[in-house]
Ligand binder design. Structure first.
Ligand code: 13P
Length: 252
């Protein structure tokens, strides 16, 4: 059976004392749930703190990005092996904010997927259309292009060791959550596209939904057959909200 996950993406939020409180609150309240995994992807400077605070807990941790290179003269970049030094399990790859604000492309997402796997990390690769693309009726074409680029770069076998996240750009940070039906359709399309390359890998692949998930809508979204959990931005910054979303996954 596919694993179900809730992953927090803190983005560029936090300061040392507040992150200590948040990590402690999550650690104290979360207990292991059969078939479910929980994680937070924190800013790079807080990885040591997360590793220290969360070791032995039901909450794993990861990073929000990594370099496509393994080592070298790449000022400001962070490699997958560096993330493994802090016992990261996950690395987000190709988030729409990296794509739109930092010039990342389908090519870099494919390269970073490979880099994460080489370091033994589980990549969480993000795909999703903009509002303009959805309004033009191009949602499936955009998802197909993004998925095909991953398949072409790393082969379908890479997705056996990865997670995908469908994050419609118009739903991120806007409060306009995709309806469960819109999410289900996109997730089914993504799974179908991968199934054309390998049906077994597609059936086992966990596909998370991200974009304005809250405690009030999580349960409905997670009840859709192809939605295997969530990638949570804003609501992952408050312990009570994030824990309620984790509970919604456990109750599915
Ligand atoms: P919000 O939950 O704040 O909309 O962010 C979603 C996201 O981008 C997670 O990666």
């Amino acid at each position: 059976m596919r694993g179900r996950l809730v992953v927090g993406n803190w983005k560029m939020h936090g300061e040392l004392a507040a992150t200590a409180r948040l990590l402690q609150a999550l650690k104290a309240a979360l207990t292991p749930v059969e078939g479910c995994a929980f994680a937070v992807c924190v800013p790079f400077p807080y990885l040591a703190q997360a590793a220290e605070a969360l070791r032995g807990s039901a909450l794993a941790w990861g990073a929000q990005d990594l370099s496509e290179h393994d080592a070298g003269a790449f000022t400001g970049e962070v490699s997958g092996n560096m993330l493994r030094d802090f016992a990261c399990r996950y690395a987000i790859v190709g988030h729409s904010e990296r794509r739109t604000l930092h010039g990342e492309t389908d090519r870099t997402a494919g390269a970073k997927l490979g880099a994460a796997l080489r370091s033994g990390l589980t990549p969480i690769v993000c795909v999703g259309e903009t509002l303009a693309e959805r309004e033009r009726g191009d949602t499936e074409a955009v998802l197909a292009r993004q998925i095909d680029a991953l398949l072409q770069a790393q082969g379908v076998g890479a997705l056996a060791r990865s997670l995908l996240a469908y994050e419609p750009v118009w739903a991120i940070g806007t409060g306009h959550t995709a309806t469960p039906d819109q999410a289900q359709r996109a997730h089914a399309f993504i799974r179908g596209r991968i199934a054309a390359a390998d049906a077994a890998i597609a059936a086992d692949l966990s596909v998370l939904y991200g974009g304005s998930v809250k405690s009030s809508n999580a349960r409905e979204l997670f009840s859709m057959p192809d939605v295997d959990g969530g990638l949570i931005g804003g609501a992952s910054l408050a312990a009570g909200d994030f824990l309620a979303i984790c509970a919604a996954l456990s109750q599915r």
